[in-house]
Design a binder for this molecule. Structure first.
Ligand code: F6R
Length: 262
């Protein structure tokens, strides 16, 4: 796992966008896994800027979102469908038929989850999965205690997650109780992971995920097992890390593989 610490939110967003753009330029038909929440907003704004100013082309890209609330229709203002539409899909040249978000209104949720997994396989698997992290260490909506080998399924949201997300809904009672989420096993099959985190509120979760034991009680700790995981965090989110980390990927790679030695 490569951990890079940047000064602030603007810097992590720019660094994350640089990594996504780099992968997209190398593989125009990239299969990109996406996250919602506050953290990737800066990354999405930066991708929009690169699309508008530098012609970054998303026309062949396929996307798969991590999760969706059960019971919310795609046009509900707090649905993740709507979130993606507003913050990314409508602002770049993605083809709508290549975008995938779990269906919160699916009548047969189990069947829908199996279909979602099959779609990921049909497109050849996810090349790069963007991730946030919950203050409780959750990954997508895989709450503490989730099986580390889990697949896409319905999960009950913890009280902590519902309280954290109440800011979008008004009151905690308005936050749905269930979500469809990619499983931890599903996420771990992506060829690369890109986890972004900002703010002191994430410092404990980042310390536990990066330096703690791998445990289902901190689902994000499984990222330690991924062969190509990149974590971009700001100083506040990194404030409880004890190890020494780099401030850029170039520097991190140089440290691991000094010049002249392969
Ligand atoms: C969203 C998701 C969640 C968030 C996490 C952090 O698709 O899967 O795991 O990444 O709850 O949310 P923010 O970024 O709002 O702090």
């Amino acid at each position: 796992m490569l951990v890079v610490i940047k000064d602030d939110y603007a810097a992590i967003s720019a660094e994350a966008a640089r990594l996504v753009a780099n992968r997209l330029r190398k593989k125009p038909d990239l299969v990109l896994g996406l996250a919602t929440g506050s953290t990737p907003l800066g990354l999405y704004d930066e991708l929009v800027r690169l699309h508008r100013e530098e012609g970054l082309d998303f026309s062949k890209v396929t996307t798969f979102n991590l999760d969706e609330y059960v019971g919310l229709s795609p046009d509900h203002p707090q649905s993740y469908h709507h979130f993606m539409q507003v913050h990314l899909f409508s602002r770049i040249n993605l083809q709508p038929r290549f975008t995938h978000v779990p269906d919160g209104l699916a009548l047969d949720i189990e069947d829908h989850c199996a279909w979602y997994e099959a779609q990921i396989r049909r497109y050849g698997g996810i090349d790069l999965q963007v991730l946030g992290i919950g203050a409780n260490g959750h990954l997508a909506f895989n709450e503490p205690g989730s099986s580390l080998g889990s697949r896409t399924r319905v999960k009950t949201l913890t009280q902590k997650t519902r309280e954290d997300n109440a800011r979008f809904f008004g009151t905690v009672d308005d936050v749905p109780r269930y979500a469809i989420t990619m499983g931890i096993g599903t996420i771990m099959e992506a060829r690369e992971l890109l986890l972004v985190a900002t703010g002191e509120v994430k410092a404990d979760a980042i310390a536990a995920a990066v330096e703690g034991p791998i445990t289902a009680m901190v689902p994000a700790s499984i990222v330690q097992m991924h062969p190509r995981a990149f974590l971009i965090v700001d100083r506040a989110a990194a404030s409880r890390l004890r190890g020494e980390y780099s401030s850029s990927f170039e520097e991190a790679v140089m440290v691991r593989r000094p010049l002249g030695r392969e």
